[in-house]
Write a protein that binds this ligand. Structure first.
Ligand SMILES: *[C@@H]1O[C@H](CO)[C@@H](O)[C@H](O)[C@H]1NC(C)=O
Ligand SMILES: *[C@@H]1O[C@H](CO)[C@@H](O)[C@H](O)[C@H]1NC(C)=O
Length: 472
């Protein structure tokens, strides 16, 4: 019954929207009124496709760019945001990842769940083996969180295969380097949550399982490690250099090991640099550096819009440093670059964060292409799973992608263009949507919009869903 009621309401809303749409119109750029504008674009795209020669070379280098949680809707909305950040209307923007000559869609599920998490998916695309939710670098005979099922069920990743083939290897992420996606390049763990030994149950330790941070040093000799996650590397209570007064940022390890010092000791005779801030990072000369470990935060990095650029570099900058170090190897390299906080923005229903992360990630893709040659480098951009994130309503051309619909529903309330089907942004109470009319932005958008109606539409931060009631 609930479903029916919502269906009727939804139909009514569509009716209201439809009739309102007819009364309002906004025109686009004047050149778009000329049909030749579109025909010329079509001809150009077709000619580019016809001119393209199939590249059958063997790849010396592989760059795998992984947007965590970066589903199709996220890519579309981020594309518009990217244009709007450059004061364009946005819809016509082409992201770097859109320029690739080959595009496909992928299906994603884990052995035990319809919707997979980032460690089961990473095990699939990095190790070639589907597995169970929340497990890292193990096959599906291993059970989530059960140490004794792990032994003998380890599967190795493309990062290890590349290293074994004599290539240099690296991971660049915006999360802690022990997080699900990067961890799967080097670790085997029945639980993705075993970041340090303090995160493991006593029984798992007794049964011989080891934490993910310690495996960063043990399994594969990784040339470049960039992300966050200092606190999992140092003994319990060790002060963090950046946040010495914050207890939650201090070292977590119970085994007393200082993995950063251990890593440095392992590399004697090589030029191995550990850095935790921008000054030291900038001073790393890629030409003379063999190994780099850069951990910019105790845990995950900050969202790009909240990043202090004097302390932490962007993902484009970390990608650049990694490529410059790795590409010295004449046998080539494998590099995983993860836009890891796209997912975390979505989990918190913070669409603005998720989309700015996606734009920053696309900038890293551009940097990667700029520094490599496609004749010898295979570059992939993909995602591991999507989110309950939708893009709908009737926003005008050029309206802020983070804004509200100019058209109200039958309840006389506006919609946000972007909505979440669940999570903190899903807010329907007593069958009523929240009133966001007076809600203004909690952050200042870094762009202004040139279209007349945009100025009337402040950006809300509340993202909500009404229509997901229909499917539940
Ligand atoms: C966008 O426009 C604003 C206001 O005119 C200006 O301050 C800003 O520099 C512009 N940004 C870009 C990327 O062009
Ligand atoms: C960066 O790290 C180095 C090494 O710990 C330290 O000497 C330096 O003061 C740090 N710079 C900043 C700006 O915190």
């Amino acid at each position: 019954m609930e479903t029916q009621k919502w269906s009727i309401v939804a139909l009514c809303l569509l009716g209201v929207l439809g009739s309102t749409t007819a009364k309002v119109s906004v025109s686009g750029p004047v050149e778009e009124e000329n049909p030749e504008f579109w025909r010329a674009q079509g001809a150009k795209a077709l000619q580019a496709a016809l001119n393209r020669k199939l590249n059958t070379n063997v790849a010396k280098n592989i760059m795998l760019f992984l947007g965590d949680g970066m589903g199709i809707t996220t890519i579309t909305a981020a594309r518009i945001l990217k244009g709007q950040m450059h004061n364009q209307s946005g819809e016509e923007t082409v992201m770097t990842m859109d320029t690739f000559p080959h595009t496909g869609l992928l299906k994603t599920y884990s052995v035990d769940f319809q919707i997979p998490d980032s460690s089961s998916t990473a095990t699939a695309y990095l190790c070639g083996v589907k597995t169970n939710l929340n497990t890292v670098g193990v096959n599906a005979a291993a059970r989530n969180g059960i140490c004794k099922t792990q032994k003998g069920n380890e599967v190795t990743s493309i990062l290890k295969w590349a290293k074994d083939a004599g290539k240099s290897v690296g991971i660049v992420t915006t999360t802690r380097v022990q997080h699900a996606t990067p961890a799967t390049t080097y670790a085997h763990s029945a639980s993705r949550k075993w970041y340090s030994d303090a995160d493991m149950p006593a029984s798992a330790k007794k049964e011989g399982c080891t934490d993910i941070a310690s495996q960063l040093l043990k399994n594969t000799d990784i040339d470049v490690i960039i992300g966050g996650g200092r606190k999992y590397m140092t003994p319990k209570g060790t002060w963090d250099p950046e946040y010495p007064r914050d207890l939650s940022s201090s070292g977590k390890r119970q085994d007393g090991r200082h993995l950063i010092s251990d890593w440095q000791k392992m590399k004697v005779g090589k030029v191995a640099r550990y850095v935790w801030n921008r000054t030291d990072f900038d001073a790393v000369d890629p030409d003379t550096t063999d190994y780099l470990m850069a951990l910019f935060e105790p845990g995950d990095l900050r969202f790009d819009v909240e990043r202090d650029p004097t302390m932490d570099p962007s993902i484009a900058e970390t990608t650049e440093k990694a490529i410059r170090i790795l590409s010295k190897n004449p046998k080539g390299f494998f590099l995983l670059v993860e836009g890891g906080r796209i997912d975390q923005g979505h989990h918190a229903s913070r669409a603005s964060m998720a989309l700015h992360e996606t734009v920053a990630f696309d900038n890293a893709v551009a940097k990667g292409l700029e520094l490599t040659n496609e004749e010898e480098t295979l570059t992939l951009v993909t995602a591991d799973h999507s989110h309950a994130f939708t893009f709908n309503g009737y926003p005008f051309r050029g309206q802020s992608i983070l804004g509200k619909s100019p058209l109200y529903g039958k309840d006389m309330l506006p919609y946000t263009t972007l909505m979440y089907g669940n999570g903190p942004g899903y807010k329907v109470v007593d069958n009523k949507r929240p009133d966001i009319r007076k809600l203004s932005s909690l952050f200042s958008p870094p762009f202004t919009c040139s279209f007349p109606l945009c100025s009337l539409l402040p950006c809300p931060v509340a993202f909500l869903s009404v229509l997901s009631s229909l499917v539940l």
